[in-house]
Design a binder for this molecule. Structure first.
Ligand SMILES: *[C@@H]1O[C@H](CO)[C@@H](O)[C@H](O)[C@H]1NC(C)=O
Ligand SMILES: *[C@@H]1O[C@H](CO)[C@@H](O)[C@H](O)[C@H]1NC(C)=O
Ligand SMILES: *[C@@H]1O[C@H](CO)[C@@H](O)[C@H](O)[C@H]1NC(C)=O
Ligand SMILES: *[C@@H]1O[C@H](CO)[C@@H](O)[C@H](O)[C@H]1NC(C)=O
Length: 247
């Protein structure tokens, strides 16, 4: 009877424990095809904090709006420079995973539409040091916007993809928090044999699992496979050379 009670207690505790994801979305970047293949597909979800106000703004005006040829509320011609924080949750105090450095320029003569040109540099887990370049038209008052991912570096070398973005909050001072849901396809070599010097293959699974497996004390099977492939090419080339000159 006591055992049954204990079992029920354990089951009910398990059922009420919230999933780790709900408390802290630390798994902000997920590999969608952990099995590998010719390309890596990654989904990244984070919050972009554009803060033009206060003592230490992350967005500053570098060019004033044009005075002619524009409606008074579209800020046509204005250029902002940014170094905006990217975090795992809408709360500015949540974990920082990167920064969006670049510009947005007010590109419409009649409404609030900007042209974004930014490098999203990541600093967390296995994505530390990798970046994505996002350039495109962003009609900031629309609920759902889409921006093109034009390229990247590191694990996102030769990447292409898209970002689905949505403003989650905006205040009277112009401080804005935007949710980014980015899907990126990149050739698998970005995280395999052609990884930047000092980096090893990105293992399947969560960024934490990947970070552990990226521990320099563990060896990477992909690097070994790369070396073997190289050795095989040398042997084949040598055999071909011998064959040609034997005739
Ligand atoms: C800007 O506002 C002023 C005053 O309201 C108005 O006279 C002017 O025509 C406006 N300019 C444009 C381009 O809409
Ligand atoms: C990211 O990489 C840089 C350079 O290798 C290193 O100094 C920094 O501590 C790393 N950051 C994290 C959060 O791992
Ligand atoms: C993020 O984008 C992906 C791909 O477009 C979509 O399948 C997914 O539902 C989106 N997730 C959220 C939380 O919006
Ligand atoms: C890397 O591996 C060593 C030895 O197994 C361990 O002591 C160390 O904590 C690991 N580092 C990380 C970041 O997991």
């Amino acid at each position: 009877m006591a055992r049954l009670f204990l079992a029920i207690l354990i089951i009910s505790m398990a059922a009420t424990t919230p999933p780790a994801q709900a408390q802290a979305p630390t798994n902000w970047a997920k590999r969608l095809n952990p099995g590998g293949g010719p390309e890596s597909i990654t989904n990244l979800q984070f919050y972009f904090h554009d803060i033009p106000s206060g003592q230490n703004p992350s967005a500053v005006q570098i060019v004033k709006p044009a005075t002619a040829g524009t409606s008074n509320n579209s800020f046509f011609g204005m250029v902002m420079m940014t170094d905006d924080a990217l975090t795992v949750a809408a709360d500015a105090g949540s974990k920082l995973v990167g920064r969006a450095q670049g510009m947005y320029t007010f590109a419409s003569q009649s409404d609030l539409t900007v042209l974004m040109a930014m490098s999203f540099g990541f600093t967390d887990g296995p994505y530390n040091g990798s970046s994505l370049v996002i350039v495109g038209r962003n009609p900031i008052l629309e609920t759902d916007r889409e921006l093109p991912v034009l390229g990247g570096t590191g694990r996102f070398r030769m990447a292409r993809g898209y970002a689905l973005v949505k403003t989650v909050s905006a205040d009277a001072k112009g401080n804005v928090v935007v949710y980014y849901n980015v899907t990126v396809h990149a050739p698998a070599f970005g995280d395999a044999v052609h990884a930047p010097v000092g980096e090893q293959a990105m293992p399947a699974g969560s960024p934490t699992a990947a970070a552990n497996a990226l521990n320099s004390s563990s060896s990477s099977p992909v690097i070994i496979r790369g070396n073997r492939r190289w050795m095989v090419s040398v042997v084949v080339a040598f055999a071909a050379f011998k064959l040609c000159f034997a005739v």
